[in-house]
Ligand binder design. Structure first.
Ligand code: JB2
Length: 214
């Protein structure tokens, strides 16, 4: 099994740890967190230090890293960490919980998290560093850009397109073939029945634009 280092050791990291230890692809070498003390443990795994340890881990021969900080609507930290890791040329694998169903006819970018019982159906395409969280559904032919977060239980019907950095709140559903722009937040439990532009906050049933996302 190959070693992997997780960046971030908070709530989202626990879901990532669960997915990694349930699978057979990676052994977690350690966790890197800006605020926890070296030696602290999360789910029995040790924090090895802050982001200055990334280069030390590379020197020790670690090739694979995974961004395990989450986001609720503000993916800036995930974006910064992703760019930083990309510059270092390390491997950024997808972490997929073994209970997820990922079609062989789907195409995933790099560094995506696919949580327990999530479904990605045939013809779907994702960018990089998306969170496809527990029990969310990406139906056939959907397209997700980079840094999209589908929160737990969110459902995208067939052919939906989601712009970069957009957050789809827990339990929301989006009707067939709709488009949601970049940098938008769809509030939890929303029912999206028409296209939603980029750069806004929208929620409700039916989902309506409420204000700009600044
Ligand atoms: O620059 C950083 C940095 N900034 C904060 N580098 C590193 N390596 N770590 C950083 N952190 C750490 O991320 C914090 O010290 C903290 O331990 C962790 C964030 O944990 P938190 O539990 O606050 O949030 P999260 O991002 O893991 O999870 C959020 O998003 C998930 C998708 C939560 O709101 C979850 O409920 C949600 N499921």
């Amino acid at each position: 099994m190959e070693d992997i280092v997780l960046i971030g050791a908070g709530g989202h990291a626990k879901s990532v740890i669960e997915a990694v230890v349930s699978g057979n692809n990676f052994r977690i070498y350690g966790l890197i967190d800006a605020n926890l003390k070296p030696g602290e443990k999360v789910c029995g795994l040790e924090v090895i230090g802050d982001d200055s340890c990334i280069d030390k881990a590379i020197t020790r021969g670690i090739k694979s890293f995974f961004i395990a900080v989450g986001s609720i609507g503000k993916p800036d930290l995930r974006v910064r960490l992703f760019e930083m890791l990309k510059q270092r040329g390390v491997e950024l694998p997808n972490i997929i919980h073994p209970s997820a169903v990922v079609s062989r006819f789907s195409v995933l970018g790099k560094g995506n998290f696919v949580g327990a019982k999530a479904v990605i159906n045939a013809g779907a395409v994702t960018g990089n560093n998306c969170i496809i969280n527990t029990s969310s559904v990406i139906e056939h032919d959907c397209e997700l850009s980079d840094f999209v977060h589908l929160a737990c239980g969110a459902v995208l019907s067939g052919g939906v397109r989601i712009g970069a950095r957009t957050h789809i709140g827990a339990g929301s559903c989006v009707s067939n073939s709709l488009e949601i722009g970049s940098n938008t937040i769809i509030g939890s439990g929303s029912v999206v029945t028409e296209n939603i532009p980029g750069g806004c906050i929208a929620f409700g049933n039916p989902c309506k634009l409420v204000r700009k996302n600044e």
